[in-house]
Write a protein that binds this ligand. Structure first.
Ligand SMILES: NC(=O)c1ccc[n+]([C@@H]2O[C@H](COP(=O)([O-])OP(=O)(O)OC[C@H]3O[C@@H](n4cnc5c(N)ncnc54)[C@H](O)[C@@H]3O)[C@@H](O)[C@H]2O)c1
Length: 257
């Protein structure tokens, strides 16, 4: 099989579950070594073991992205072990939904700290190594909610800011051939969305999906593999002329304005 990421090293936050886990496994199946970075340390270890079974090397350093020293130490562990980081995927995420006028400062800070500040800091730590190698692929996992979503002022703001961060890095790092892009998933079935998908509240969202796939190809809503495919593509040399872009992976369902 053509393993188009053979020998590359991918550092994936949120790698213990859902989209991040599937990205780790897809990287491994394409030949990349994997750093599974998550605050759920035991689950991250399990994903690293699954990656190893696919024939690559994998580690799972402790990495709560809101603890900046822990992120720095995780990057150091990856460099000590693999000598480089080619790919950074910023996928860790949480929800603390509330209407804007009822949202607490804690709900605001927790969401912004994981999605935005935590991932900016990881870029801060990883970019010097990418500059040294004159190679890098940075992929942020935003959401179709970056265009606004009722009850998600914190999440939507963080996901929109990730687009600004990616576009800024594209400007700052393009001269070295380092790319920074965004994948914006629509509704994907993961532990984060399980309760919502099973509730009646998800029906209007599911109905708005343009693509009605044949059942043997996939469900109406997105799968973690749909998103991992986009992440792995943007992380590869097949996307070496794409930077500062937002790839919406939502079966065509997203807000136009
Ligand atoms: N599932 C969807 O429908 C959907 C849609 C759009 C965007 N997203 C985004 O995709 C990403 C992954 O979501 P998912 O659905 O796979 O959720 P998930 O809950 O299955 O996985 C999220 C992972 O992030 C980890 N995490 C949370 N806080 C962390 C921290 N401080 N440090 C390190 N790791 C941390 C969790 O431990 C978990 O393993 C998130 O950024 C989410 O916002 C998901």
């Amino acid at each position: 099989m053509d393993m188009f990421l053979k020998g590359k090293v991918a550092f994936v936050t949120g790698g213990a579950s859902g989209i991040g886990r599937q990205a780790c496994l897809t990287f491994a199946s394409e030949g990349a070594n994997v750093v599974v970075a998550d605050k759920q340390y035991e689950k991250a270890e399990e994903v690293a073991e699954e990656c190893k079974k696919l024939g690559v090397d994998a580690i799972a350093p402790h990495c709560d992205v809101t603890i900046l020293e822990e992120s720095s130490a995780a990057v150091k562990s990856a460099i000590d072990h693999f000598g480089k980081i080619d790919i950074l995927v910023c996928c860790a995420g949480i929800l603390r939904d509330s209407m804007a006028h009822k949202m607490t400062e804690q709900q605001w800070d927790e969401v912004l700290n994981v999605h935005l500040k935590g991932h900016w800091w990881l870029c801060h730590e990883v970019i010097p190594h990418m500059k040294q190698e004159k190679y890098g692929r940075i992929v942020f996992i935003s959401s179709t909610a970056f265009k606004g979503n009722r009850g998600q002022a914190n999440y939507s703001s963080a996901k929109a800011a990730m687009v600004g961060l990616a576009k800024t890095l594209a400007e700052e790092l393009g001269y070295l051939g380092i790319t920074a892009n965004v994948v914006a998933p629509g509704l994907v079935h993961t532990p984060l969305t399980d309760a919502f998908i099973k509730s009646d509240k998800s029906k209007p969202m599911i109905n708005s999906i343009l693509l009605k796939r044949r059942e043997d190809i996939g469900p109406l809503f997105g799968t973690t593999q749909d998103i991992a495919n986009a992440i792995v593509f943007l992380s590869s040399d097949r996307a070496s002329y794409i930077t500062g872009q937002v790839l919406v992976v939502a079966g065509g369902a997203y807000k136009i304005a």
